[in-house]
Design a protein around this ligand. Structure first.
Ligand code: GAR
Length: 204
């Protein structure tokens, strides 16, 4: 069966990458295959996870590099692997309109809150959970959305809510949101988008 060629972009621990790899093994993600993992951090543990699972990895340095140069290098790698869908899984660099236009409706991201709460520039990783706790929110969650030039601004694909206990530390809340929301809706969304892409006769 024809499968969508997926690249996962990472910067850190890669637990969401792990969830995607498991989903592929378990047949939850069946319309796409992860063929490449790209990190902008050479010490990202996500790279180890990919290698352990026999997935090709690439490192593209982004620090102190002009956006244009970074994206040129990234695009060349993605094109050389004929990537059709890009999944941002804890990828901590904002992408330009030039880049997101090339892959319109072909980039998805997982964000650790219920967009439009606690999102946009500056809201990433633990900051998001610190903000939710500081605000006294009772519910948070995760969102998977298409990526456009507005940070966390693209069309929402899936969301899942998680209850907040006010005594949680940001780290505890992060773990809960990952376990109860991100690791579930990211693989489901990836499958949904891949299935749609195959059904569009996109490749005819
Ligand atoms: C995840 O919580 C992800 O939603 C978040 O960073 C964490 C990465 O964890 N992403 C963002 O905040 C992007 N705005 P992981 O490397 O273990 O998947």
């Amino acid at each position: 069966m024809r499968k969508v060629r997926i690249a996962v972009l990472v910067s850190g621990g890669g637990t969401n990458l792990g969830a995607l790899i498991n989903a592929e093994k378990d047949g939850i993600l069946k319309s796409g295959e992860i063929v490449l993992v790209v990190s902008n951090k050479n010490d990202a543990y996500a790279l180890t996870r990919a290698k352990e699972n026999g997935i090709k990895t690439e490192f593209v340095l982004s620090k102190n590099k002009a956006q244009k140069d970074f994206e040129k290098q990234l695009t060349a790698i993605l094109e050389s692997e004929s990537i059709e869908l890009i999944i941002l899984a804890g990828f901590m660099r904002i992408l330009s309109k030039e880049f997101t236009d090339i892959y319109k409706n072909r980039i998805i991201n997982v964000h650790p809150s219920l967009i439009p709460s606690f999102c946009g520039e500056g809201f990433y990783g633990l900051n998001v959970h610190k903000a939710a706790l500081a605000h006294g929110a009772k519910i948070t969650g995760a969102t998977v959305h298409f990526v456009n030039e507005i940070p966390d601004g693209g069309e929402i694909i899936m969301q899942k809510a998680v209850e907040i206990d006010k005594d949680y530390t940001p780290e505890e809340l992060q773990t809960k949101v990952m376990r109860e929301a991100e690791w579930i809706i990211l693989p489901l969304s990836a499958e949904k988008v891949c299935k749609q892409m195959l059904g569009e006769n996109y490749y005819d």
